[in-house]
Structures are given as structure tokens and as C-alpha cells.
Write a protein that binds this ligand. Structure first.
Ligand code: PHE
Length: 345
């Protein structure tokens, strides 16, 4: 140990502190010891501050002596601190009773999104009826989305308001799944029975409209297909979906690609057709559009309408999910709020 004639108390201070460190039996006491000598107002810190008052030639030796004590104390504090920590941990593990019976911390588990869930259900029903699943591109051309489906050039559905156009001006985001009819009919020979589930896009947004939503298209092309086949297929479908008691009704409508066309209603699934807020007291809910495939569409797809006929329908998946779960704002389905989605787990 360095000689320090100017501070005879340094060595006793060191020894006293080292003894206290050894004697400390918990981390709090140890921390108090550290503060008392190495803290801002600690005894060693004070001595280092006083160094400037010594004559210049005495400073190096005195400084070295203080630092040596400081190092020794820091080392002892660290070593004692570590062994106290170990001892405290060991005590907690063996000493404290450890209750293994309380429920564990919850682990947040995911669940299928209501739209995905309903989509699966729809696909299951139609595949069990013999429909094959096919998909088409979401970025389409005017030709597939409109022209081949018998939309006249000036049809309002081609307006910029409804359709999202890709910047090149040639392509667009499909506004419905009906272009998959065209892809399938150009690719394969009838007879065919296909469903085409997927995302569609419309420039539209409020409580019942989202700019992106899902449809399931269904179509069948065969010899001597009648509206009766369409009606029977849809009836079977809604009864599988909502129960045996469910009824449908067809109202005359118009789509460029079907003739005749119909809007299809189901008896209200919420009030059992008695009349409620959701069905606006009518007892009926509109859930899909349908019709017999227009001969112009068959001809455009190189299928002879004198030999072949077909029906087609398109339904909105969100609408069906909203009815199934009593959801009154479509946007809830896209906000991904875990408090909302958690209800479907
Ligand atoms: N494509 C139509 C729509 O999006 C629905 C439809 C499909 C109607 C097939 C008739 C036949 O509104």
C-alpha cells in the first residue's frame, strides 16, 4: 500500500469499509455502504475533490492512494453484491412457497377472420355440390371485366366512380368475380361447374360498402340448363348455410351478362321472416345476384348457345358474414381491432 503521510485516515477507512462490506447481509445495506464512500457525497469522493488543495508535488501520490482504495472497494462491493444476489435468489426459490395452482398468464391466440371463416364455409358447401374452385387475377383488363361480359360501351359501371383503374389506363382492379367465368369458359370445354372466390374492388365506402370486399361467383354450363336448376342450387345452398327452414325468392333484375337476371332474397335469418330492423320489416334479405348466362357471353367465349346453356350467380361474402354474426358496419371487418376479432375466436 502506498504511503500517504497527508491522510492517515485512508487505510483505516478502507479497512472499516471492507469489513462492513463483508458483514453486509442484504443488497440494501450494501448499497448504503457504496453511497457512503463512493456516492456523490461519499467519503472517498470528497477526498478526490480535495486533491486540488494539496501542493502540486503531493498530488500524484495522494491521488494514486485514493484511487487504489477506490478500486479495492469497488471490487469488494461487486463481489459481495453478486454473492448476495445469488443468495437472495436461492432463498426465494427454496424459501418461498411456490404456488403452482394459479392459472397461467393468458397467451393471446388468433382465430380465423369472420370473412375467411364464412368464405371457407361457402367453398365447402359448393364443393360438396360438385363445383370446382377456380381463381382469376385481381388486376384485369376492360375486356375481361366488362367487354366479354356483354357490358355496352357506355354502361355506367364503367364509370371512373366505380372502377379503380391502374395508372397505365389499360388495366383495372376487377369490380366483380364474373370475369373468372370468361377465363374458365375460354380455357375449358363445357360441361363445367365452377365457383370463383376472391377479392373485388369498387370505389365506394360507407357502413355497408368497402373499397375491397369478397365475392363468390358460381356458374354452371351444360346442355338444357334451366332457371329451375339455378333456383334449386341456390335453395340448397342457403338451406345448408342458414338451416332447412330458409326460403328464397327471385325478383326480376338486370345484369348485362345474364338474361333473364334476378336478385335473390333469403327469408330473414335474424327474425325468422317475421320482420325486424335488419330486414326492414320485409322478412327478406337480398344476398346475391344471379341469372341465366347471356348467349352473347357464351358466344364471346366460343361456346355455342344453341347447344349449351348456363346459370351464374355472385354473392357478397361480407354481407353473409355480417348477417351471420349480426355485424352492422362493414368497416369493422377491416380495422383488425383485436377486441372485435377476439369475439369470433
Ligand atoms: N357480378 C355481379 C355483381 O357483382 C353479380 C352476379 C354474378 C350477377 C353472376 C349475376 C350473375 O353484382
Amino acid at each position: 500500500m502506498t504511503d500517504q503521510p497527508h491522510d492517515p485516515e485512508l487505510v483505516p477507512l478502507r479497512d472499516k469499509t471492507l469489513a462492513a462490506i463483508t458483514a453486509a447481509t442484504d443488497s440494501d445495506t450494501l448499497e448504503q455502504i457504496r453511497v457512503s464512500c463512493l456516492g456523490k457525497k461519499g467519503s472517498l469522493t470528497g477526498r478526490l475533490k480535495e486533491l486540488g488543495k494539496l501542493p502540486a508535488e503531493a498530488r500524484p501520490a495522494a491521488g494514486a492512494a485514493i484511487n487504489e482504495v477506490k478500486d479495492a472497494l469497488e471490487e469488494a462491493l461487486a463481489a459481495r453484491g453478486e454473492s448476495l444476489k445469488q443468495a437472495e435468489l436461492a432463498l426465494r426459490l427454496t424459501g418461498e412457497p411456490f404456488d403452482i395452482t394459479p392459472p397461467g398468464r393468458g397467451f393471446p391466440a388468433g382465430a380465423p377472420h369472420p370473412v375467411a371463416d364464412v368464405m371457407e364455409e361457402l367453398i365447402d358447401i359448393f364443393t360438396s355440390l360438385g363445383f370446382a374452385v377456380e381463381e382469376g387475377p385481381e388486376v384485369e383488363t376492360d375486356r375481361y371485366n366488362f367487354q366479354m361480359l356483354n357490358f355496352p360501351d357506355d354502361h355506367p359501371a364503367r364509370d371512373m366512380q366505380d372502377t379503380f383503374y391502374v395508372q397505365d389506363g389499360r388495366r383495372l382492379l376487377r369490380t366483380h368475380t364474373s370475369p373468372v367465368q370468361v377465363h374458365a369458359m375460354l380455357k375449358r370445354k363445357p360441361p363445367l361447374a365452377v365457383i370463383a372466390p376472391g377479392r373485388v374492388y369498387r370505389c365506394d365506402s360507407d357502413v355497408t360498402h368497402s373499397p375491397v370486399f369478397h365475392q363468390v361467383e358460381g356458374f354452371l354450363v351444360d346442355r338444357r340448363v334451366t332457371m329451375g336448376h339455378l333456383k334449386a342450387t341456390l335453395e340448397l345452398f342457403v338451406q345448408r348455410l342458414y338451416g332447412r327452414q330458409t326460403k328464397i325468392r327471385l325478383r326480376p333484375s338486370f345484369f348485362p351478362f345474364t338474361e333473364p337476371s334476378a336478385e335473390v332474397d333469403v327469408s330473414c335469418v335474424l327474425c325468422g321472416a317475421k320482420g325486424c330492423r335488419v330486414c326492414k320489416q320485409t322478412g327478406w334479405l337480398e344476398i346475391l345476384g344471379a341469372g341465366m348466362i347471356d348467349p352473347n357471353v357464351l358466344t364471346a367465349c366460343e361456346i355455342d348457345p344453341e347447344v349449351w346453356g348456363g346459370f351464374a350467380f355472385g354473392l357478397g361474402v361480407e354481407r353473409i358474414a355480417m348477417l351471420k354474426y349480426g355485424i352492422d358496419d362493414i368497416r369493422l371487418l377491416y380495422e383488425n381491432d383485436p377486441r372485435f376479432l377476439g369475439q369470433f375466436a
